[in-house]
Design a protein around this ligand. Structure first.
Ligand code: NAD
Length: 493
């Protein structure tokens, strides 16, 4: 029967003040499996107040080195509990257990990396243009950070924010997606075990308007880190702007994966498949627009068909399965709608396009890897984020044409280029308007490297050393050793 969870506030699991819970559904079986507290504004307020108080408690006065040690301890506990975290995350979002297992091990590394950085963020003594005055900078935590994340990779996308925010000395109130709450509640237990003081990490579960908006607008939350779709991102940005919040946004994408005729086509075909069909296409960085040089179009499409025809779809907890269910029923319906739209627009479906039924396919929420050819870049299937296993294939003539089509999109999260020419690779990586460009690989990410979007794909960067600074305020301190003010009304330069 379903496990019943509480909200995590002040190192304790508590019942929601709303008195309400909702069910989390297993995307493969369609069955409810966990009961999630439905937080309201009062619950959010309690969590934020706990986080705010923790800034003034032992956490606020802890040395950066000790904070780093705690983050390390948390990383080790994530490693030790990887199996449990994998099971609950995969049960909530339907991703293959084999993929989630790798992701969870990688989450631990975020805490090691940012734990290591905690005491290495050095400020500066500034050389002065005037005598008898001394100036230096201090980096200070911003305060309570609200993180809001989507359903596709709850733990990983929260870790991208949580690890640098804590390394910088902030406290956090995390709101996971209403579809995937359990993994963060399980992570919360590990904070207690690691020895974090109460209030440093809090989890508020529930819905966007009911729990997300009160977090964004709360006067004690100066910083919001959001990952999700356009609509939610726009609303969060508008609400944040009204209250002068520091807001970062990681939003959607419709990334071009561009294959030139001089590429290693076998490797490129595998890279294209990884780009769109791993995680069932439910990643912001999915290479959902495939641009093929005219001369290799037919041959390359044939390679893709050979690979997709053999794809094993089914229960994501079973080894050997390559494509699992779409994470939520509304998302499943959205993807199926896009498949119909693409057909109506005149694109030709040459693979997939269906949701197989039968006991081996669970509740019927799996969509076969789907490929559309004869796509024009003006079609909705080429311009809008589907967030599912659907690839739109287009042709291009030369580099200029590839850049024109590749950049003709409102998103700018990522792009892939497959070529053996260094000159071409350099040209494309310079001219593509995207936050990440992969040459002869796709979907590589690392905690050491910045990730984020150009254009409508977001504001700000996560990952790498600089991510810590996204969670710090810079203060400039002036010390005069001999203040000389002959006329206090007139400022001397
Ligand atoms: P979503 O925008 O519906 O929800 C994301 C989160 O925002 C959820 O926790 C939701 O409850 C919350 N939310 C929604 N409306 C809100 C509001 N008005 N105020 C406060 N919070 C609100 O996104 P989703 O459907 O869960 O996830 C899919 C989207 O996420 C896709 O567009 C995908 O591209 C994007 N995404 C981006 C990245 C990235 O790094 N750029 C990574 C993963 C997913």
């Amino acid at each position: 029967m379903s496990e019943k969870y509480g909200l995590f506030i002040n190192n304790d699991f508590v019942e929601p003040r709303s008195g309400k819970w909702f069910e989390s559904l297993d995307p493969f079986s369609g069955e409810p499996w966990a009961l999630i507290p439905q937080a309201n504004a009062e619950d959010v307020d309690a969590a934020v107040r706990a986080a705010d108080a923790a800034m003034r408690g032992p956490w606020g006065s802890m040395s950066a080195s000790d904070r780093g040690m705690l983050l390390h301890r948390l990383g080790a506990l994530i490693d030790a509990n990887a199996q449990r975290l994998t099971e609950v995350e995969s049960r909530d979002n339907g991703k293959l257990q084999s993929e989630v297992a790798g992701q969870v091990r990688y989450v631990a590394k975020y805490f090691y990396y940012y734990g290591g950085l905690a005491d290495k963020i050095q400020s500066a003594v500034i050389p002065m243009d005037k005598p008898k005055v001394f100036n230096y900078t201090r980096y200070e935590p911003i305060g309570v950070v609200g993180t809001i994340t989507p359903w596709n990779s709850s733990l990983l996308l929260t870790a991208w924010k949580l690890a640098p925010a804590l390394a910088a000395g902030n406290t956090v109130v995390a709101k996971p997606s209403e579809f995937t709450s359990v993994s963060l509640l399980e992570l919360a237990r590990l904070f207690v075990e690691a020895g974090f003081p109460p209030g440093v990490f809090n989890v508020i579960t529930g819905f966007g308007q009911e729990a997300g908006e009160p977090l964004v607008t709360h006067p004690l939350v100066p910083r919001i880190a959001f990952t999700g779709g356009d609509e939610g991102g726009r609303k969060v940005n508008e609400l944040g702007a009204k209250h002068f919040k520091r807001v970062s946004l990681e939003l959607g994408g419709k990334s071009p994966n561009i294959v030139f005729d001089d590429a290693d086509l076998a490797k490129a075909a595998n890279g294209v498949i990884t780009g769109i069909f791993s995680a069932g296409g439910q990643t912001c960085m999915a290479g959902s627009r495939l641009l093929l040089q005219e001369s290799i179009h037919d041959e390359f499409v044939e390679r893709l068909l050979t690979i997709t025809r053999n794809a094993k779809v089914g229960d994501p907890s079973k080894p050997g399965i390559q494509v699992g269910p779409v994470a939520t029923r509304p998302q499943f319906e959205k993807v199926m709608r896009y498949i119909n739209i693409a057909k109506e627009e005149g694109a030709r479906c040459i693979a997939g396009g269906r949701a197989p039924q039968g006991p081996e396919y669970g509740c019927g929420q799996i969509i076969e890897p789907t490929i559309f050819v004869d796509v024009d870049n003006s079609m909705r299937i080429a311009q809008e984020e589907v967030f599912g296993p659907v690839l739109a294939v287009m042709k291009f003539k030369d580099e200029e044409d590839a850049l024109r089509i590749g950049n003709d999109i409102r998103f700018g999260l990522a792009a892939g280029v497959w070529t053996q020419s260094l000159k071409r690779a350099m040209l494309m990586s310079e001219k593509l308007r995207a936050g990440t460009v992969w040459i002869n690989n796709y979907r590589s990410t690392s905690y050491t490297t910045p990730f984020g979007g150009f254009k409508d794909s977001g504001i700000g960067r996560e990952g790498g050393i600089d991510a810590v600074k996204e969670y710090l305020e810079t203060k400039s301190v002036w010390i005069s050793t001999d203040l000389d003010m002959p006329d206090p009304f007139i400022r001397k330069y």
